[in-house]
Design a protein around this ligand. Structure first.
Ligand code: DAH
Length: 340
């Protein structure tokens, strides 16, 4: 009988190990411990009919086994009902009480922000936004802008030539010609974009930078209109107390021409590396459109006058935020970019 009991013990272990549901465990319990026909129950019932010397040991072992089976069944039931409560690992749980996850989305480059800001200022003055190609024909970059064949800016070391009279534009003034070719006055436009020059890279120079060209053409446009628009622009961008300085200058496509400086906000006019110790930073070239340029695009220079200007976007941004090295804009170092 002892042998039979230990066989039953092993069988119960096997049965419980295989059981996957609460129902299966209940069936196993009934099979062994059920009041009617349970295997252990029947053995205990049969004890009085055993030989006297077998009775007590069988009774003892059978009762121990009965308790053991009861315990194992309870443990199995507990573990099955616990795992029934655990979430299925395949199902995503959305806990509304959790704090939100912070995602960093990035933002526009500081130069793009400056360009956007300038576009908004000029849109308020009813200027259109125009764009031109970065790979240009020599005609638009030089000839049509009244820049003679022997002008130093046409030298190889000042312009990136691509061959076949093509080049990387060295100024956005090209867009003046493209716009005048396709439209009649009145014109009010600005043209932002990249320009390229084989300059030696230093704290103030890069071989690619950004300009915003401006052009206004109509009957009776004068130098005082130019001064008014540029002053309004500088005050909107830098604030009312910005100091501006107009210096007589020369550009082949404007007559008269001026270079316009802004007081250096980095050193407050005392002199630093960004302003070459002068206290002023040149940010704009401007002037009245040369009649020769009007002649090239077929405008009547007796009837129309106009002004043009070119803004250096990097310079303007450096002045506004106190940045002392142009290279920072192009190194893509997030420690710098994330400050804007
Ligand atoms: N294109 C000139 C440059 O790159 C800047 C400039 C000067 C633009 C005078 C103008 C202008 O429209 O009138 O240096």
């Amino acid at each position: 009988m002892q042998k039979r009991l230990s066989e039953i013990q092993n069988q119960v272990k096997d049965d419980l190990a295989k059981a996957k549901s609460l129902e299966e465990v209940e069936t196993i319990k009934t099979r062994y411990l059920g009041r009617k026909g349970g295997i252990i129950t029947e053995i205990i019932k049969a004890i009085p009919g055993l030989l006297p010397e077998e009775r007590s040991s069988t009774g003892k072992s059978a009762n121990i086994l009965k308790k053991e089976i009861g315990k194992s069944v309870t443990l199995k039931l507990e573990s099955l009902s616990l795992s029934a409560k655990l979430p299925d690992p395949g199902v995503e749980i959305f806990d509304v009480s959790q704090p939100g996850e912070h995602k960093s989305y990035g933002h526009k480059h500081p130069l793009t922000q400056t360009i956007d800001e300038i576009k908004e200022i000029f849109k308020k003055l009813c200027f259109d936004i125009e764009y031109g190609p970065e790979v240009e024909h020599e005609y638009y970059n030089f000839d049509a802008l009244n820049i003679p064949a022997d002008h130093p800016s046409r030298e190889d070391f000042d312009t990136f030539y691509l061959g076949n009279k093509r080049l990387l534009r060295s100024q956005t003034s090209t867009v003046q010609i493209r716009v005048m070719e396709k439209t009649k006055p009145p014109i009010r436009m600005i043209a932002p974009g990249k320009v390229f020059r084989p300059d030696t890279v230093d704290a103030r120079h890069a071989s690619m930078f950004h300009q915003i060209e401006g052009l206004m053409v109509d009957e009776g446009v004068s130098f005082s209109d130019l001064k008014y628009v540029l002053t309004l622009f500088a005050q909107s961008y830098f604030g009312q107390d910005i100091k501006m300085r107009f210096r007589p200058s020369f550009f082949p496509f404007t007559e008269p021409s001026a270079e316009i400086d802004i007081s250096c906000s980095l050193c407050k006019g005392k002199g630093c590396s960004v302003c070459s110790q002068s206290g002023w930073v040149e940010v704009l070239g401007a002037g009245m459109v040369d009649p020769n340029v009007f002649g090239t695009v077929g405008y009547d220079s007796e009837k129309y006058t106009g002004f043009a200007f070119g803004i250096g976007v990097e310079r303007l941004t450096m002045l506004k935020y106190g940045i002392d090295n142009i290279r920072l804009f192009f190194e893509n170092d997030l420690r710098f970019l994330s400050q804007f």
